[in-house]
Write a new protein. Structure first.
Length: 132
């Protein structure tokens, strides 16, 4: 995912947080649910969100980019929150058994509207399933 030249990795500061992560599988569809909360000192924070589901050597990106070889930060899902919002990210046609699913991972990446990286979290699916 490409940012604009001169933009910064601000993940050391806490602007947003992702918690209460859940994963639901029905038939060949997978839903990743989580709470996105404003941790900044601002009354409202806005940005662009990507959720990536990784299994084996495959990547599924939500929202689907126009060009996999040139993903731009502003193609992410827009959000603007005062306190928190519930997010539901659908991935369709994921045909994995329970073992394959537990060996997968979810990555949540968030950019500011200016293109700075403000959040990047890698979560193993087995850890999500272990919480439920």
């Amino acid at each position: 995912i490409k940012t604009l030249p001169g933009k910064t990795d601000l993940t050391e500061k806490t602007f947003v947080e992702v918690d209460n992560i859940k994963l639901t599988k029905s038939n060949k569809n997978l839903e990743v649910k989580f709470h996105l909360s404003n941790q900044s000192e601002e009354s409202r924070i806005s940005g662009r969100l990507f959720t990536i589901f990784k299994h084996s050597n495959n990547l599924r990106i939500y929202p689907a980019p126009k060009n996999l070889n040139n993903i731009k930060f502003n193609e992410g899902e827009f959000f603007s929150i005062a306190r928190f919002r519930k997010s539901l990210i659908p991935f369709k046609e994921i045909n994995l058994n329970k073992t394959q699913l537990s060996e997968s991972a979810v990555n949540i990446i968030i950019f500011s509207l200016e293109g700075d990286l403000i959040f990047d979290k890698h979560i193993l699916v087995k850890d999500i399933l272990g919480q439920e």
